[in-house]
Design a protein around this ligand. Structure first.
Ligand code: NI
Length: 197
């Protein structure tokens, strides 16, 4: 349908909780098309409705890199029903042009949602894959949570944001993820141990 302007970090609506979708109306179908058009125009992996100015519980993901591997996935009213393990990775977001920082994520997630036709489905993404991380990142957008809230090193994250002309992180939003951090550190030690053996 059309490529939309992406709502940038600093806009208050990115921090709002989005509303459930009650009916897959024409408006929702157009929203989904706009999300994909905008995602592909930006070469992104995922995009959530609040990022194009609609605070509704819808996001899209495509981890494909070309036409052959294209895999457009639509998630409406999603619920994460299982999360386990921990990984760290560099992440970015289309609402934060060119800013990447190290964040904590679950390694495995299982999500339940409706597809673009309103049909329920369950999807599991494991091993800290790009899909597993994208699901968590986009799901967060529906609750007004941004990837920087999961940062492992606040000073590093603030430095990157300020270099890109963006505001530093508001302390109120930083998430307490001690369990995830402990698991990430244990995993790192185990991996280092393996190398020594
Ligand atoms: Ni994002």
């Amino acid at each position: 349908m059309s490529v939309k302007k992406i709502v940038k970090y600093g806009t208050p609506s990115l921090r709002e909780k989005s509303k459930e979708v009650h009916k897959i109306s024409k408006k929702i179908q157009i929203l989904i098309e706009d999300l994909f058009d905008t995602l592909y125009a930006q070469n992104g992996v995922g995009l959530a409705a609040p990022q194009i100015g609609e605070n509704l519980r819808v996001f899209v993901i495509d981890t494909g890199t070309d036409q052959k591997t294209m895999n457009p996935l639509t998630f409406i009213n999603p619920k994460i029903i299982k999360k386990e393990g921990a990984v760290n990775s560099y992440e970015g977001c289309l609402s934060f042009p060119e800013a990447y920082t190290n964040v904590r994520r679950y390694k495995n997630v299982k999500i339940k949602a409706l597809n673009e036709k309103g049909k329920p489905f369950i999807l599991e993404a494991t091993e800290g894959s790009l899909l597993a991380r994208a699901i968590q990142h986009e799901f967060d957008h529906l609750d007004g949570i941004l990837f920087i809230d999961h940062c492992r090193n606040r000073f590093e994250a603030d430095k990157i944001l300020m270099e890109k002309g963006l505001n530093p992180i508001d302390s109120d939003y930083i998430l307490d993820e001690k369990d995830l951090e402990t698991e990430i550190q244990n995993n790192t030690q185990q991996q280092e141990g393996k190398k020594v053996d």
